[in-house]
Design a protein around this ligand. Structure first.
Ligand code: AMP
Length: 481
């Protein structure tokens, strides 16, 4: 299969060739003919699969070959609208549109919050064919009457699952209400939850359904590893790994914004160039950090989950989970930053005893155990006891048995409740774990008291805008784009 076989117009083939792609990825091989054929599409594809070109290339083809193709000097209307959950993703999708439309008279723009509206209004006034936007800013423009979506022929909802996670459902509905009823709609999502199915039913008309890569499967090309370590030695271990392995482009994940800031301060003191990217940073600071990281000037980029969504750096060699995510699906998204589109990558997780429950959830989700490797000099204390994890005002119990008071029994050292009582929280009475031991061939040992119901209980998300943790079921969070 080649791009020529897909029937794309010559200027697109030329741009694709220049981008260095020789073969369509599986999602492209399926999505491109489906979009070209017309009709709606429900596509299950994670980031890193090449999905952006999967919808951008056929859309550009259709824009150019339809009767209302843009004419030089003619009045332009927005004919294709692409909605993304985050600013970074919006910027990257629009960059892709530009790259692929290099040899076409197509005008595109990206619009998101956190930056002035006037340049966006100016771009709208000049006329656009393709608009990539986050929902918040799009609605701002609609409200101000600076945006006309009545000519939209193609509508793409990218990373729809993340949109819903971020509480955008009402915004999406408001956008849908102003779009023409007759249009071709494409919905891309990494997962097909019930909510996504409900949204698809509302949005799509007899869609073709395609799905690539097993749901929640982690790319085969990503080497995954867990380094068990004491919570207080993670920073030293990270520095050690960066320096001894001579890592140059490392994306590091923390759960919270202030954790990201503190880690950056520490790394800078160790002469490792680092910057943080999270919701509290201004858009210009986020853009600069990303640009410096992409160019290789910055050795380490420390990110929280939501901020990192959409970061696309070709062949990112190293992803480090400085802290495991409390939502297991985020692990898949995080490590999807490496090993993209077939490139090899390495994902390393620094895991302390408090996070064993999170690790168990992740391994259950990805249906494999991740090999443990203790780094000499950073052996975890075998007598260490799990502590609750503080996420903003909420306290999570990431270790097996820590909530149920050691119901799993066995293996304890009789020091229940002693010492280490942080922030007035009751120290968990769970057993001391043998997690800290040597590489157990990837087998988790301390599964005793861990229960799936407990896993559900632990699945709390930290808020994208302010990292206030939010329970997964109540009122959705809203993050203005
Ligand atoms: P996406 O899943 O759209 O975020 O794309 C992931 C990465 O794959 C991006 O860095 C693209 O530049 C790259 N990519 C997209 N299509 C191809 C292809 N056919 N061959 C090689 N790389 C690709």
């Amino acid at each position: 299969m080649s791009f020529e076989n897909l029937g794309l117009i010559e200027p697109l083939l030329k741009a694709v060739l220049e981008a260095g792609y020789s073969t369509p990825t599986p999602i492209q091989a399926q999505a491109i003919p489906a979009v070209l054929a017309g009709g709606d599409l429900l596509a299950g594809a994670q980031t890193g699969t090449g999905k952006t070109a999967g919808f951008t290339l056929p859309l550009l083809h259709k824009l150019m070959t339809s009767p209302s193709a843009p004419q030089a000097g003619g009045r332009r209307h927005i004919r294709a609208l692409i909605l993304t959950p985050t600013r970074e993703l919006a910027a990257q999708v629009e960059e892709s549109v530009r790259i692929y439309s290099k040899y076409l008279p197509i005008r595109s723009a990206v619009m998101f919050g956190g930056v002035g509206m006037n340049p966006q209004i100016e771009a709208l006034r000049r006329g656009l064919d393709v608009l990539v936007a986050t929902p918040g800013r799009l609605l701002d423009h609609l409200q101000q009457g600076t945006l006309d979506l009545s000519h939209v022929e193609y509508f793409v909802l990218d990373e729809a699952d993340r949109m819903l996670d971020m509480g955008f459902i009402h915004d999406i509905r408001r956008v849908l209400a102003v779009l023409p009823p007759k249009k071709q709609s494409l919905l891309f999502s990494a997962t097909f939850s019930d909510e996504i199915k409900a949204l698809a039913e509302r949005l799509l008309n007899a869609p073709k359904v395609i799905e690539v890569a097993r749901r929640n499967a982690t790319a085969e090309t990503i080497a995954q590893k867990v380094h068990p370590v004491d919570r207080d030695h993670k920073r030293e271990l990270l520095t050690h790994l960066i320096k001894t392995n001579n890592w140059h482009q490392v994306l590091v994940f923390t759960r919270m914004k202030h954790g990201a800031n503190r880690l950056v301060e520490y790394l800078l003191k160790q002469d490792v160039t680092a910057m943080a990217i999270h919701g509290n940073k201004s858009q210009s600071a986020r853009t600069r950090a990303l640009a410096d990281f992409k160019s290789g000037e910055l050795q380490v980029l420390v990110a929280t989950d939501i901020a990192a969504r959409g970061i696309d750096i070709d062949q990112l060699p190293h992803v480090v989970n400085f802290e495991l995510p409390n939502v297991p699906e985020d692990y898949v998204h995080r490590i999807g930053r490496t090993g993209r589109a077939g490139a090899e990558g390495e994902a390393v997780s620094l895991v302390c005893i408090d996070e064993e429950g999170f690790l168990a959830d992740i391994e259950k989700l990805i249906k494999r155990s991740i090999p443990r490797e203790v780094v000499p000099g950073f052996e975890p204390d075998p007598h260490a006891r799990a502590e609750p994890i503080q996420l903003g005002r909420r306290v999570l119990h990431g270790a097996p048995g820590s909530r149920s008071g050691g119901g799993g029994g066995g293996g304890g050292n009789g020091r229940a409740g002693s010492g280490n009582n942080r922030g007035g929280q009751q120290a968990p009475k769970g057993k001391s774990s043998n997690f800290s031991g040597n590489n157990q061939g990837g087998q988790r040992q301390a599964a005793g008291a861990y229960k799936p119901a407990q896993a559900q209980d632990m699945r709390r998300r930290s808020d994208a805008a302010n990292n206030e943790p939010v329970a997964s079921t109540p009122a959705p969070r809203r993050v203005r784009g």
